[in-house]
Design a protein around this ligand. Structure first.
Ligand SMILES: Nc1ncnc2c1ncn2[C@@H]1O[C@H](COP(=O)(O)OP(=O)(O)OP(=O)(O)O)[C@@H](O)[C@H]1O
Ligand SMILES: Cc1ncc(C[n+]2csc(CCOP(=O)(O)O)c2C)c(N)n1
Ligand SMILES: [Mg+2]
Length: 326
C-alpha cells in the first residue's frame, strides 16, 4: 500500500528526531543521515560485529515492561556480545518493525531508553531502519565494537586444567520471567535483572587487556547451554560445583522454599553474565572491579559437562537451555 504524504513526513520526522538524539561519534566520519555511515579503520584494531533480534511475545511482552526499559534491554543484550569478546562497543544500528498500536510517545520512550543505555557504554546510534509491522513489535540491533588486534576472547581457547568463572549471580532473570509467566510480581531486584540486565563491558575489557581469560561468552540461553558452546569449540569437558554457583540474596530466599529452583540458575538464561576460563586459580585476586567473579568449576579432559554436589554425587538439571526452534 503506498504511503500517504503525511505518513511519510511522520516517518522522516521521527528519523530526524532520532538523528538529533543520537549525536555524533568521535570514531565516525559520518553517522545517521546518508545511505551508509562511514567509520575510518584503525590499523591496530580488530572490528567486532554482532546482531540480535528481539521479537514481541518471544523476547518480551509489552504488558510486562515499559518502553524505556525495553529500549534499554534491547541495547544491553547486544552490547553484552561485545563485552563477551572483551571489546569496546562503538556503533549501534537499530531496526524497528513497528505495529500500528505503538504511538509516537511510546516509540520515543523506547528510543530514549535505547540511547541512554548505549551512551552508558560510550556507543553511538549510527544508523538503522524503520518500518511498519502488521504483527508484533520487532527490534533488530547490530552492534560494532573494537579490540586491540588479536586480543578478542573467543569461545575456543579453553584447555584442560583451566578454572571456570562466572560474573555476578545466575538465575535472577529466569526466576523473574517464571513468576511473570505465572501471573506473579517478582520483587524489585529480580524484575530489574530481567528487564534491564547489565552488560559486563568493564570486566570483558579487563580480561582481554590483561590476557587473563582463555575463552569467554555471555550467558543468554542458560549456563549449561552456553558453557557447552565453550566446551564444544575448545574440544574439552568440564566439572561444575553446584554449591559454587553464585546466587543473589533474592534468589536464595526463594530457593530456601523450593530447592528445584536451582535449575533456573543452571539453565534459565538471560543472565548476561560473563562465563570464562582462565589458567589462574585465584582470578578474583587479580581483578579490581565492583563486580563479583566466582570460580564454579574446572575444565576436564573427559568430554561432557558434569555437575557435582558437595557430597560428590552428580546433579542432573531438569531444564534444557533456551532453544528458539524446540
Ligand atoms: N540467521 C543467521 N545467519 C547467519 N549467522 C547466524 C544466523 N543466526 C546465528 N548466526 C551466527 O551463529 C553464531 C551463534 O549465534 P547465537 O545467536 O547462538 O549466539 P549469540 O548471539 O552469542 O547468543 P544469543 O543470541 O543467545 O545472545 C553467531 O556467530 C551468529 O552470528
Ligand atoms: C515473553 C518471553 N518469553 C520467554 C522469554 C525467555 N527468553 C526469550 S529469548 C531467550 C534466550 C535469549 O534470547 P536469544 O537467544 O534470542 O538471544 C529467553 C530465555 C522472554 N524473555 N520473554
Ligand atoms: Mg544471537
Amino acid at each position: 500500500m503506498p504511503l500517504t504524504k503525511q505518513k511519510r513526513l511522520e516517518e522522516f520526522e521521527l528519523i530526524r528526531w532520532i538523528q538529533q538524539q543520537a549525536g555524533n561519534g568521535a570514531h565516525l566520519a559520518l553517522g545517521i543521515g546518508d545511505d551508509c555511515s562511514i567509520q575510518p579503520q584503525q590499523p591496530d584494531r580488530d572490528l567486532l560485529t554482532s546482531i540480535d533480534l528481539l521479537i514481541e511475545d518471544i523476547h518480551f511482552k509489552r504488558e510486562w515492561s515499559n518502553m524505556f526499559d525495553l529500549g534499554r534491554k534491547s541495547a544491553a543484550v547486544n552490547i553484552s556480545d561485545i563485552a563477551a569478546m572483551g571489546g569496546t562497543p562503538q556503533s549501534v544500528f537499530l531496526g524497528i518493525g513497528r505495529p500500528k498500536t505503538i504511538d509516537d510517545t511510546e516509540i520515543k520512550e523506547f528510543l530514549s531508553g535505547f540511547l541512554a543505555e548505549i551512551k552508558t557504554y560510550g556507543a553511538v546510534l549510527t544508523g538503522g531502519d524503520s518500518c511498519g509491522s502488521p504483527g508484533p513489535l520487532m527490534i533488530s540491533v547490530t552492534v560494532q565494537g573494537e579490540v586491540p588486534t588479536g586480543d578478542a576472547i573467543c569461545r575456543q581457547g579453553a584447555s584442560y586444567g583451566d578454572a571456570i568463572y562466572v560474573s555476578g549471580s545466575l538465575g535472577d532473570s529466569a526466576l523473574a520471567l517464571h513468576q511473570l509467566q505465572h501471573g506473579r510480581q517478582p520483587d524489585a531486584y529480580l524484575k530489574q535483572r530481567f528487564h534491564t540486565p547489565t552488560p559486563r563491558v568493564a570486566l570483558g575489557q579487563e580480561l582481554s587487556k590483561r590476557h587473563l581469560a582463555t575463552a569467554m561468552l555471555d550467558v543468554s540461553d542458560g549456563l549449561i547451554a552456553d558453557l557447552g558452546h565453550i566446551l564444544a569449540a575448545s574440544n574439552v569437558g568440564a566439572e561444575l560445583n553446584l554449591d559454587a554457583i553464585p546466587l543473589s540474596a533474592a534468589f536464595k530466599r526463594l530457593l530456601d522454599d523450593d530447592s528445584a529452583l536451582i535449575d533456573f540458575a543452571l539453565a534459565g538464561g538471560e543472565d548476561y553474565e560473563l562465563v570464562f576460563t582462565s589458567p589462574l586459580k585465584d582470578l578474583d585476586q587479580h581483578i579490581n572491579l565492583p563486580l563479583a567473579v566466582t570460580r564454579i568449576g574446572s575444565i576436564s579432559q573427559q568430554p561432557g559437562l558434569h555437575i557435582r554436589q558437595t557430597n560428590g554425587e552428580p546433579y542432573h538439571c531438569r531444564r534444557g537451555g533456551f532453544d528458539h526452534f524446540s
